[in-house]
Design a protein around this ligand. Structure first.
Ligand SMILES: Cc1ncc(COP(=O)(O)O)c(C=O)c1O
Length: 354
């Protein structure tokens, strides 16, 4: 599998576009900068050097000191870092239990009762460790009930493999456009590098582009990467994208089914939902077990990541892995049987209950 991964990196169109962008770089024209400003209809888009830099540009502009910020306890670290950087001039921030919309509603009511005019909920579309998804239908219902509730969603892991034109895991859910900001990655499913901020209107875009602290100085996406971004964006507009999405969903469904069917592995899945997710995770225990399992799997040619506290709670360390479209069903079966063998080798204790 690792040899295949090495040979199936960027689609040729992306590599060629990056090269062309270098050759035609003309600073008096900024042509590739204009071309890359493709909107996620109807939302205008701001490009950033990474998702982390996107948060660093967007949050200081979007949030006022008089807002109340409610964030999921597990919202990505890059969001929490950007919030912390606001310091004493920033809004009051409250961490909420993970994916608990009842707790969110209680906190929204509390904030409104204390006079807040605008309340933000910050969450991930797909959580990057366990791969679980935002309960987005419930969030839409809450936003319909509370006009003051705004959503800021980090959907880095939702990009490309799902949603209309690959625009992510929350784009089709019906979140109110005028009260929702979606931030995503161009470095994962999109196949390039960078971050993207989809905002409600042109004025917000202009404010973030011109005033966002992390977009100042010379940290824009470099032209070769913009060339690749344009080429990938064009691929997203082709009908073939939905064929590619369905192929990947087939593999994601297969890995989930095999994990569920395996007596050694099914008790180690941290989430109950079988909704497709690009991030798969098995709970093994502590950091030593996560590292030992990863080393054994890599020795078998299977690339997985070890994960341990503080990225996940104590004793819920484990291995995290992703399935890509170029994997075959045979690859997926080989991975799951190797996981079962290695887990038996490194884990003497039974799995913790979720
Ligand atoms: C959910 C999420 N948000 C943000 C980031 C940071 O992305 P970047 O490396 O583009 O800054 C990651 C990184 O993996 C992520 O998983």
């Amino acid at each position: 599998m690792s040899a295949r991964l090495a040979s199936s990196s960027a689609p040729p169109a992306l590599a060629a576009a990056a090269a062309v962008a270098v050759v035609r770089l003309d600073l008096s024209d900024f042509r590739c900068y204009r071309e890359a400003r493709l909107d996620i209809d109807p939302r205008p888009v701001v490009l950033a050097g990474s998702t982390t830099l996107a948060h660093g540009a967007a949050l200081p502009i979007l949030l006022s000191a008089s807002d109340v910020v409610l964030h999921d306890r597990q919202v990505h670290h890059s969001v929490q870092t950007a919030l912390a950087a606001l310091g004493p001039r920033g809004p009051r921030c409250v961490a909420l239990p993970h994916s608990d919309l009842d707790a969110l509603e209680t906190a929204v009511r509390d904030a409104l009762a204390k006079g807040a005019r605008r309340v933000w909920y910050l969450a991930d579309g797909i959580y990057s460790m366990f791969g679980d998804r935002l309960p987005v239908a419930g969030l839409v219902a809450l936003m319909q009930r509370y006009d003051a509730l705004h959503a800021y969603i980090d959907d880095a892991h939702g990009m490309s493999w799902c949603g209309s034109r690959g625009a992510g895991s929350v784009i089709d859910a019906g979140l109110p456009v005028e009260r929702t900001v979606i931030v995503s990655s161009l470095s994962k499913g999109f196949g390039c590098a960078g971050g993207v901020i989809a905002v409600p209107d042109a004025l917000t875009k202009q404010r973030i582009e011109n005033l966002g602290p992390s977009l100042m100085f010379s940290i824009q996406l470099p032209p070769p990467m913009l060339g690749a971004v344009c080429a990938s964006a064009r691929l997203h507009l082709e009908d073939e994208l939905s064929v590619m999405q369905r192929e990947l969903w087939g593999r994601l469904g297969l890995v989930r089914k095999l994990l569920r069917e395996s007596p050694a592995l099914s008790t180690r899945l941290p989430i109950a939902s079988d909704e497709p997710s690009p991030v798969q995770y098995l709970v093994l225990g502590d950091a030593e077990q996560a590292i030992a399992a990863t080393q054994r799997l890599i020795a078998r040619g299977l690339l997985v990541n070890p994960v341990a506290f503080p990225a996940v709670p104590l004793r819920r360390g484990g291995v995290r892995f992703t399935i890509v479209r170029s994997h075959t069903d045979a690859d997926v079966r080989r991975l799951v049987s190797a996981l079962a063998a290695v887990v038996a080798e490194v884990c003497e204790r039974p799995a913790l209950s979720p």
